[in-house]
Design a binder for this molecule. Structure first.
Ligand SMILES: Nc1ncnc2c1ncn2[C@@H]1O[C@H](COP(=O)(O)OP(=O)(O)OP(=O)(O)O)[C@@H](O)[C@H]1O
Ligand SMILES: [Mg+2]
Length: 503
């Protein structure tokens, strides 16, 4: 080596590239709110205005704020190294989020913060850096007069920080993300849609802060222009029929990963509005899978990490996975806090967990079939389980089927059995399962013709009599045999000699 060269990056070139690391307005806002939560805010207010095509967004918190020295350091790209270990409640990692999230959405950001009554403000202006052609990373520091003459900033400061000892405002101006296209009404609608969708995203990402699920933690209020966000807990805590399966703990590098599976109830078990409410964006099929929370903040949602495919069968399973920030290096958390992938040792454990719980989701669908088996002693349909495989078939032990088989000649009985086998072996399992699991398909409830029901009752009573049932036993057996729903008056009429009280 014959010497060293200073190859500092060109600020304007690097800043423009850093704008495209893949934030959306949702993930950008979440990254900013992470900082407010880490700074122990109790309330975070997202304020925004279309402002006739010159929109702005401000994120205002009542957290511990920053001294001038801290604020200047906070504005530096790479203010802290990701290798450093962090407080266990810190939602940050890279020393980049506030800057990269902001410039993904706007060309001008101002950070104003108050700590112990002292206010400081500083800005990054991408246009100034581009036009100056400066080779230095020059941010702008405000003096009190600059703050007063900046009407928007001054208004926000007077409204939100003047009466507090501490707090922080991050202001985005010159927004130019995809939802903002200068000066037309479509762009205004798109901006408002983008903010609506950001709101939904944050209601999910921060639901455990908006509505704490463990004792001793107090709720954090987040609002959008004064409207409070409502926590959206994807595990349906308000659904009574929801199943909470046993909590599992995975140990890795001396740290704990908590895995809590839930099975949401089948649509037949809950009122439609409640079922729809927890479907979430894109519905149940899409929203099955693991939900990874880092320090209770949702990072990744609804994925099986390619361990299994998303299937109808598992669509009601959602698994909460809690990871600590001390395992970030193993999970490969990204700057945007929107990606994580489990290390191989955890993948193996998660696969075992899937093996144990996948059956539970299936149970919600097959339980109805199990009920069929248990409800009556002599069902019309038999359900057999062998080698983990399920088989449905017409039950030849049902009195009506049995007596028919005995009544006919041997040749006819053989033909009848072939016919039943055909029915059994061509049962459309896949079709039935897809229908049973579908949100939209309703099974038709049969309507009964009075004469048909009477005839069936007479035939069933005859069949039962031919097997020697009489009196009280006949009545009992009749009630234990699956058949059309016989009205009690019909049974009383056909079996007059046996009163209900001794049946
Ligand atoms: N609202 C806030 N209140 C108090 N301090 C803040 C606030 N926002 C940012 N800071 C300070 O600024 C620093 C830089 O924030 P930034 O989001 O850029 O990085 P980070 O949070 O450390 O890590 P990450 O890149 O993972 O978000 C933070 O570490 C924190 O000290
Ligand atoms: Mg951060």
């Amino acid at each position: 080596m014959s010497g060293h060269l200073d190859l500092s990056p060109q600020p304007s070139a690097l800043l423009e590239s850093l704008r495209s690391i893949g934030y959306t307005i949702e993930t950008a806002l979440a990254d900013i709110i992470d900082n407010s939560i880490t700074a122990q805010s109790t309330s975070v207010s997202v304020q925004f205005l279309w402002n006739n095509g010159a929109p702005w967004v401000a994120i205002v918190d009542d957290g511990r704020g920053m001294t001038q020295e801290e604020l200047i350091e906070a504005m530096r790209f790479g203010s802290r190294t990701p290798i450093e270990s962090r407080d266990e409640n810190d939602l940050g990692r890279f020393g980049l989020g506030m800057k990269t999230a902001s410039i993904s959405q706007c060309r001008h950001l101002t950070l104003a913060s108050k700590r112990d009554g002292m206010l400081t403000a500083c800005e990054w202006d991408l246009d100034k850096i581009a036009t100056n052609g400066s080779a230095s990373w020059l941010a702008g520091l405000y003096d009190p007069a600059n703050i007063t003459s900046d009407l928007l900033l001054n208004g926000l400061v007077s409204e939100s920080l003047a009466n507090r000892e501490s707090g922080t405002i991050l202001l985005w101006r010159r927004l130019d993300n995809s939802s903002v296209e200068k000066g037309n009404s479509i762009a205004e609608a798109r901006f408002s849609e983008a903010m609506d969708s950001a709101r939904k995203h944050l209601e999910l990402v921060f639901h455990r802060f908006l509505s704490p699920d463990s004792p001793g933690r107090s709720a954090i209020k987040i609002d959008f222009n004064g409207n409070a966000l409502d926590a959206f807990n994807p595990f349906g805590p308000l659904i009574p029929a929801r199943q909470e399966l046993p909590l599992e703990t995975v140990h890795i590098d001396g740290r704990k990963i908590l895995v809590q599976p839930y099975v949401l109830p089948h649509r037949s078990k809950v009122p439609t509005a409640l079922y729809e409410q927890y479907a979430g964006e894109h519905g149940y099929l899409h929203n099955q899978g693991f939900y990874i929370y880092r320090n209770r903040r949702l990072i990744v949602k609804a994925t099986w990490f390619r361990l299994i495919k998303k299937e109808e069968l598992n669509k009601l399973i959602r698994v909460r996975v809690d990871i600590p920030n001390s395992l970030d290096h193993l999970w490969r958390i990204d700057v945007k806090k929107s990606q994580a992938s489990p290390p191989e040792s955890v993948r193996r454990e998660l696969k075992k967990v899937i093996g144990r719980i996948a059956g539970a989701g299936k149970h919600v669908f097959t339980r109805r079939a199990t009920v069929i088996k248990n409800r009556t002693l002599t069902p019309v349909w038999s359900r057999e389980v062998a080698d983990g495989k399920i088989r449905y078939g017409v039950n030849e032990e049902h009195p009506l089927v049995k007596s028919l088989l005995e009544m006919v000649t041997m040749e006819q009985a053989s033909q009848l059995r072939t016919c039943l086998r055909l029915v059994n072996e061509t049962f459309p399992y896949e079709l039935f399962f897809a229908d049973a699991a579908s949100d939209t398909v309703e099974f038709e409830k049969p309507e009964y013709d009075e004469e048909e029901v009477r005839l069936a009752a007479v035939q069933l009573i005859d069949a039962l009599r031919s097997y020697g049932f009489e009196g009280v036993d006949l009545r009992k057996q009749l009630l234990r045999t699956e058949a059309f729903p016989f009205p009690p008056e019909l049974i009383d009429e056909l079996l007059p000699e046996i009163t209900k009280s001794n049946g």
